[in-house]
Design a protein around this ligand. Sequence first.
Ligand SMILES: Cc1cc2nc3c(=O)[nH]c(=O)nc-3n(C[C@H](O)[C@H](O)[C@H](O)COP(=O)(O)OP(=O)(O)OC[C@H]3O[C@@H](n4cnc5c(N)ncnc54)[C@H](O)[C@@H]3O)c2cc1C
Length: 301
Amino acid sequence: MNLWQEYLRPTNLLQALKAFAEASGPILPIAGGTDLLLDLEQGRHSPVHTLLDVTSIKEMTALEVRGDELFVGGAVPVNRIVLDPLAGAHAQALTEACNLIAGPQVRNVATLGGNVAHALPAADGTIALLALNAQAEVAGISAQAAVPGGDSLAVRRMPFKELFLGPGKSSLKHGQELLVGFYLPLSKANQASCFKRIMRPQGVALPIINLAIWLERANDVIRQIRIAVGPGGPTPWSGTEAEKALLGKPLNDETFNTALEALLAQVGFRSSARRASSDYRRHIVSGLFKDVLETAWNRAE
Ligand SMILES: Cc1cc2nc3c(=O)[nH]c(=O)nc-3n(C[C@H](O)[C@H](O)[C@H](O)COP(=O)(O)OP(=O)(O)OC[C@H]3O[C@@H](n4cnc5c(N)ncnc54)[C@H](O)[C@@H]3O)c2cc1C
């Protein structure tokens, strides 16, 4: 059985978005296909007529500094992020997350955009991007009715969190919009990040729990901090109460314990049949939180 009837490989955004508008049946973007092809094959996705391959779209394959931000294209394979010196310098948590996704074969084709668009609350790249305060760039078509054939690109930026509606549900307009890429602030002095996860031995799929922290130190206290935990809720989750507990404080046992209490009071771990119970996640998060926080703190010195 064919999983699709037509396969398109546009080379720029306008071509891709016009293909959406002109599709004669259900159409879906495909990048590495490491999530999508399994979903189609195993009947977890409604049938599709056309697959639109985004991996040759030039606007989506860049990884570069733009002004005071790092741009990572949605179609950049995660292994390229692992090896890229700019990503290593400005987005260490993202590099670490990408290096833990699946195994080497999957990492060579799986993209950051696909990781995010799948909208899972514990996807590794997604959790790192949340802690790094990413903004998403999304493109659609703006129909200019007055000008015949005058379709043009409508590109907008949105806060990363607004991409997620629930487990597996993104706010992207399906068959109309593409995730072009992500903008991250460049790293400055005394700022650092870290990502780690807890996983079954030999495991290559989503973790039991993952955690990313970005922070800035000043005069031996935490000046700014962002904490992201997966799966801390139905969408990628920020530990805002733990962040408040740590702001303006030095890192020591007392401040850590107060922050841990705040995190546990706010987080919504669920029990999942294949990975872990909520109780187990609550138990193991303390060690992971301490480890990631201390690593980011030491790196920011
Ligand atoms: C063996 C195995 C192990 C894995 N391990 C991990 C793991 O450890 N951690 C982890 O986080 N994930 C893991 N995954 C999941 C998967 O590999 C990643 O989420 C990957 O980053 C998905 O990217 P992709 O390019 O393959 O997406 P695809 O499968 O091509 O697409 C996924 C979804 O996103 C949509 N999409 C893709 N690109 C765009 C875009 N630019 N704009 C809009 N929509 C888009 C597609 O239509 C589809 O709905 C694993 C998968 C496998 C098969």
